[in-house]
Ligand binder design. Structure first.
Ligand SMILES: Cc1cc2nc3c(=O)[nH]c(=O)nc-3n(C[C@H](O)[C@H](O)[C@H](O)COP(=O)(O)O)c2cc1C
Length: 197
């Protein structure tokens, strides 16, 4: 299903097409495709080029591995993410190699995740990020060392039909996407001044 952004100014088609569906087809992307998501993430910019991201992924090619990751999500996400063929967990390194706190780690993981999402979009898949996961369970399940924090989980797959979802999720799946207008978050001269934007 398509749910293109309605833009007031023309933007790249990839950005127009990206959205976060809950309905996925059962088709499992091949390994080359899955690894291309992480290749895209790899080339994100990062503060001091620290690349503070780590990804853990599971696909339905290994149902046990997939179930283990699915079990780390909150029940509200399990309901629909169980149908996606690929799950990813993005993890941030909290400190620079120097030992100083990396205050930009989450920012940089977010940039890498958006690269991943757009790469998936360019290949006809969609990726839905999730904050709804049990971080402690993820740390325990994957033996994540001190100093690393799970930031987001991502469900990825080819688009499915809204009708395949539980009934109460179908409405949101087809609802129009909403955004603030550009002038609401873009200022000139001083905070809050959007005259001329
Ligand atoms: C960090 C982050 C956490 C999110 N957590 C969830 C989540 O737990 N469950 C969910 O269904 N959607 C989640 N979303 C998806 C957002 O609801 C979605 O991106 C937003 O409504 C805008 O819709 P769009 O991505 O289709 O443009 C999350 C998105 C982000 C970026």
């Amino acid at each position: 299903m398509e749910k293109k952004a309605r833009t007031n100014y023309p933007i790249n088609d990839l950005l127009v097409r990206r959205w976060s569906p809950r309905a996925f087809s059962s088709r499992i992307p091949g390994k080359e495709i899955v690894l291309s998501f992480f290749e895209a993430a790899r080339w994100a910019p990062s503060c001091f080029n620290e690349q503070p991201w780590t990804f853990i992924y599971a696909t339905k090619e290994d149902p046990e591995e997939f179930q283990t990751m699915l079990d780390c999500l909150v029940p509200g996400n399990v309901r629909w993410a169980s149908e996606a063929p690929v799950l990813v967990i993005a993890v941030a390194a909290e400190k620079f190699a120097s030992g100083r706190d990396n205050l930009w780690a989450w920012h940089d993981v977010g940039m890498a995740v958006e690269n991943l999402i757009l790469e998936a979009t360019s290949k006809g898949l969609f990726a839905h990020p999730m904050a709804g996961f049990d971080g402690d369970k993820i740390k325990e399940t994957y033996d994540i060392p001190e100093g690393y924090t799970p930031v987001t989980a991502i469900a990825i797959g080819y688009p499915g039909e809204a009708s395949s979802l539980p009934e109460d999720l179908q409405e949101a799946e087809v609802a129009q996407r909403e955004r603030k207008a550009v002038y609401e978050f873009t200022f000139r001269r001083t905070w809050g001044d959007n005259r001329g934007v």
